[in-house]
Design a protein around this ligand. Structure first.
Ligand SMILES: *Cc1c(COP(=O)(O)O)cnc(C)c1O
Length: 338
């Protein structure tokens, strides 16, 4: 049986580093959207709770409902349904959303400071505050998102200046509209590690907590450890004679007599097919031929195969990023905390 192992030690180590960076555990919100980046929503919620984290971020209300018992506040980034609940804060991603929200809903206003994806424009902030006070919504936070925090450039700095302008504006208008003390936050994982002296109310950390943050050379490189490793179990072993091929369309050809085994992981489980014939495991076993739906073949005859310990190694070979490989991992693969 293929299995996902989650290292408690690595997770707590990463949270230690993040807490140190932001100065206080109470400023950490763990991002658990999309099955906790494939790690397993409940498993990671329990671990974060055990560590003492009080804030979580999810994609929709269904995810929030599943982890409600483990957090004080849950920020819901997307989705189209709302339920008034003292633990839930909903992100406003655009002006038109305000009219759809029920009275008494706790909301956080997202402001577009340069990414041009979600959020109200900077010159719409007053209009948004007016609309949400008319609607009877409760403003709990104001947030933005950086587009290039992991890149060595000036981008992060001007977006930060824009967010400061937004903050000043909201602080000067809050009395007028009857809001008190919304929290202000802009940082995802990469952005967290751009601050010299962290001075916001919260960080929304996803990939750094999972230990797979990648920053450009020249930027701070925190010593994080991957939490997730992927393991497959052997199905069958055979000997290939020189000249024999493995898998669909015979894309691998043996140059000499060799041992090959099939394993119980394929692209239906999330093992991206684009790494076919390219990838080598941490123990040096080569992926042979095309990844099939439920199987893949590797050199050797190990019973248990470590497919990857650091998802970014696999992602690079597959031509993508760790986030995509992680979130593609099938929710039915068993998750075990070690
Ligand atoms: C996903 C997400 C994050 C977390 O990003 P990481 O790079 O994984 O830390 C933070 N904020 C928002 C709005 C997000 O959508």
């Amino acid at each position: 049986m293929a299995i996902i192992q989650l290292s408690r030690k690595a997770y707590f180590h990463n949270l230690d580093i993040i807490a140190q960076k932001v100065g206080d555990l109470s400023k950490i919100a763990v991002v658990l959207k999309d099955n906790a980046y494939g790690h397993g929503l409940i498993e990671m919620a329990k671990l974060a709770h055990e560590y003492g984290v009080k804030d979580a971020v999810v994609h929709n209300i269904a995810e929030a409902e599943m982890i409600k018992a483990y957090f004080e506040r849950i920020l819901i980034l997307g989705g189209h349904s709302y339920k008034v609940d003292p633990q839930y804060f909903y992100v406003i991603n655009g002006l038109s959303q305000i009219a759809l929200m029920p009275e008494g809903l706790q909301v956080e206003l997202k402001v577009d400071t340069g990414m041009h994806r979600n959020g109200v424009a900077m010159d719409e902030v007053e209009e948004a505050l007016h609309a949400l006070s008319e609607r009877g919504l409760i403003l709990k936070g104001v947030m933005t998102h950086n587009r290039s925090a992991d890149t060595l450039s000036s981008e992060w700095f001007w977006q930060r200046e824009n967010f400061k302008i937004v903050k000043e504006q909201v602080l000067s208008l809050q009395d007028k509209f009857g809001f008190e003390g919304p929290r202000f936050h802009s940082a995802n994982s990469a952005s967290t590690f751009r601050f010299q002296n962290f001075d916001e109310d919260l960080v929304r950390v996803g990939i750094a907590a999972y230990g797979c943050l990648e920053m450009d050379k020249g930027l701070e490189q925190p010593d994080l450890k991957p939490v997730l490793s992927l393991h497959a179990q052997k199905i069958a072993t055979r000997t290939l004679e020189k000249g024999q091929h493995v898998g669909y369309n015979a894309t691998f050809r043996a140059q000499e007599r060799m041992t090959v085994s099939s394993y119980d992981l394929g692209y239906a489980d999330g093992l991206l097919r684009s790494a076919s014939n390219q990838y080598k495991t941490p123990e040096g076993e080569q992926l042979l031929g095309r990844v099939s739906m439920d199987n893949s073949s590797f050199t050797g005859d190990r019973e248990a195969l470590v497919v990857f310990e650091n998802v970014n190694d696999y992602a690079k070979v597959a031509g993508t990023i760790g986030y995509e490989v992680l979130t593609a991992l099938h929710p039915e693969i068993k998750r075990v905390v070690v």
